[in-house]
Design a protein around this ligand. Structure first.
Ligand SMILES: Nc1ncnc2c1ncn2[C@@H]1O[C@H](COP(=O)(O)OP(=O)(O)OP(=O)(O)O)[C@@H](O)[C@H]1O
Length: 276
């Protein structure tokens, strides 16, 4: 793995009975960059995410995460809880999974549960008053407040997340993932259901997260977002990688256009229009 690589996927294969959802897929994601995984419906993108984040145990291949302190973690051997905690990989889902009855602030505090429990020494006495716990709690509130500001939801900190507009929920979900202070942020279709103005705000938010030093792996169908913010794009079709490169390289690749044309004309037009 090179010094700049944070995630290295090597010959990843995932079978469901007779279905081969992902076959011998290899790619790398660079540190402090945005890597997009694109492809037509059913290409295998979410399956790759589920393997990286421990929701599926791959049928074959390796997934290595390298931290900037030199530690390398074999993700395919860990469950989802350990991948989040030890490897510091956070993810969002295609379908929003906030706690709808909790306030925006509470959603961001829950994300910091691990750090708070550590500070309590995992005891009730710790929770009740040890200074390290109080310091950790203040830090958690400060971090949550910072993120609410960054996603323009500070004035709604005390409102139930379930009452938020769709675009606001999407941004809150990203803020919640960022409150875990991830090394790698995996976003599964963050622009789904957003209007053009919300998509533009999302692009800006993701670029600012990258510029602050977090590596991002992105699945996205909205080509205006993908082409604008990605540093590197990996294209899948039918479970295999068919192309990779910069947005310009991928946009001009006839294999990519053919893959999109073969399945969904609207998506193909979107790919080509982003290039004009
Ligand atoms: N749990 C599962 N059991 C059986 N088949 C599955 C499972 N998950 C995914 N598949 C199959 O694997 C293939 C890839 O699906 P996947 O959801 O990874 O594609 P995708 O590229 O994310 O698609 P989309 O863009 O529509 O979300 C599909 O044929 C799908 O039906």
């Amino acid at each position: 793995m090179s010094g700049d690589t944070i995630l290295s996927v090597d010959r990843l294969t995932m079978r469901f009975g007779g279905i081969v959802a992902v076959q011998d897929l290899s790619f790398a994601a660079e540190r402090k960059k945005i890597t997009a995984l694109i492809g037509p419906n059913g290409a295998g993108k979410t399956t790759v995410f589920n393997c990286i984040t421990g929701f599926y145990k791959p049928s074959g291949g390796t997934i290595r995460l390298s931290h900037d302190d030199g530690r390398t973690i074999a993700l395919e051997r860990l469950n989802d809880f350990r991948i989040a905690k030890q490897a510091k990989v956070a993810r969002t889902f295609q379908n929003i999974r906030l706690f709808p009855g909790m306030t925006a602030l509470e959603n961001l505090m829950v994300a910091q549960h691990n750090a708070l429990m550590r500070a309590s020494g995992f005891t009730l006495l710790g929770l009740l008053g040890v200074p390290t716990y109080r310091d950790a709690e203040k830090r958690a509130i400060d971090l949550a407040t910072d993120w609410l500001k960054r996603v323009n939801l500070l004035d709604r900190a005390d409102d139930a997340a379930g009452n938020f507009a769709y675009g606001d929920q999407r941004r809150l979900e990203i803020a919640r993932a960022m409150c875990t202070e991830p090394a790698l942020l995996c976003l599964d279709e963050p622009a789904a259901g957003l209007n053009a103005r919300e998509s533009a705000a999302l692009s800006e938010l993701l670029l600012s997260i990258r510029n602050d030093g977090t590596s991002i792996l992105l699945i996205e169908h909205d080509m205006s977002v993908v082409m604008e913010i990605s540093d590197h794009i990996v294209v899948m079709d039918h479970g295999v990688k068919i192309a990779q490169g910069s947005p310009r390289e991928v946009r001009d690749d006839p294999k990519v256009i053919a893959a999109y044309l073969g399945t969904d004309e609207e998506e193909a037009v979107a790919v080509m229009e982003s290039g004009s």
